[in-house]
Design a protein around this ligand. Structure first.
Ligand code: SF4
Length: 319
């Protein structure tokens, strides 16, 4: 049997070739789990994804950062399933129970065009990693039919550098999380003991690909990297390490969003702290650290953001 994984990455210029795309799904190594599931022939990977693209909704979303949502909204497509297993997931039914409905590549491409028709400022692909081959195909089809708005890759940060390289030319804005600095927290709370190293390498590849931020005349981001960090109760020191890392590595060449809206939606075993909302005094401490470090391109939140009403409505069936 051919080693199609190696073949795929060395022939990245042929990434839109149907044969190569199919073979990626036949022995999937799209994400750092590299579980090798034969998704093309009825198997499901660690992430829960099979051969079909599954989404939980496609709609205008008003609560992303201002340079992403603007007044008109971000054209958000929520993909079902996830390569991480965060114990505190805010979209558990979508990420773990596969809530959603299957769409063909043509339907996905039409969803992009429909969102553009509704004046979306961009197409915002939420948790897209496990569907990258189909997403590339859908973007190509949509662009042939007139899609011109920027494409945002909104990810947990748990990405293979090779997969990010496949997206060169398709993605304008990378919006990765950087969830943890210390891998022991990543292992405990997201089931990914290599998360921090992997995410930092992936973000480096994203930055090399799209460079410094570029905005249009309305202040909407057209290109660049926006790193998000959701502060978790009890992990202030880890958040400070992340702020220091971003300051030292990228300074003001990326945007940074420090998020406070952690909401415990069910009882979490193994960490009493995670069963409470974030105490805002710790959030303010982290904001101060951004200021001390000279970070200027930072989005911060007020206490009202910590509300379940910011969690979007999703649609579909559980698998
Ligand atoms: S994307 Fe899913 S199927 Fe592919 S390697 Fe990752 S967990 Fe496995």
């Amino acid at each position: 049997m051919k080693d199609t994984t190696q073949f795929m990455y060395s022939l990245s210029s042929l990434r839109n070739d149907r044969w190569i795309m199919d073979n990626i799904l036949e022995r999937c190594t799209l994400c750092p789990r590299r579980c090798g599931a034969d998704r093309l022939n009825g198997k499901y990977g660690f992430c829960g994804a099979g051969s079909e693209v599954r989404i939980a909704g496609a709609s205008l979303h008003m609560w992303e950062e201002p340079c992403i949502s603007g007044k008109e909204g971000s054209g958000t497509v929520f993909f079902s399933n996830c390569t991480l297993k965060c114990v505190f997931c805010q979209n558990y039914d979508v990420s773990t129970n596969s809530l959603g409905y299957n769409v063909s590549v043509d339907e996905l491409s039409q969803a992009f065009l429909d969102l553009q028709g509704k004046k979306a400022n961009n197409i915002n692909l939420v948790t897209p990693t496990h569907y990258v081959p189909q997403i590339i195909e859908a973007i190509e089809t949509a662009r042939e039919k007139g899609l011109v708005i920027p494409i945002v890759y909104n990810t947990s940060g748990y990405e293979n550098v090779e997969t990010i390289k496949m997206l060169d030319g398709y993605i304008d804005i990378y919006m990765p999380d950087l969830k943890y600095y210390d891998n022991k927290f990543a292992a405990k709370f997201s089931g990914a003991a290599d998360y921090s190293d992997v995410a930092m390498a992936a973000i480096d590849a994203m930055y090399r690909q799209v460079g410094k931020p570029v905005f249009d005349s309305r202040g909407m981001m057209k290109r660049g990297v926006l790193i998000r960090h959701l502060m978790l109760p009890g992990l202030l020191r880890d958040s400070i390490h992340i702020i220091d890392y971003i300051s030292k590595t990228y300074g003001n060449n990326v945007y940074f969003s420090l998020m406070s809206q952690y909401t415990p939606l069910r009882h979490i075993e193994g960490s009493e702290a995670l069963n409470h909302k974030l105490d805002f005094k710790y959030y303010n401490f982290a904001v101060d650290r951004c200021i001390e470090n000279g970070l200027e391109n930072v989005y911060v939140q007020n206490e009202e953001a910590a509300s379940e009403s910011f969690i979007p409505q999703f649609y579909g069936n559980k698998m």
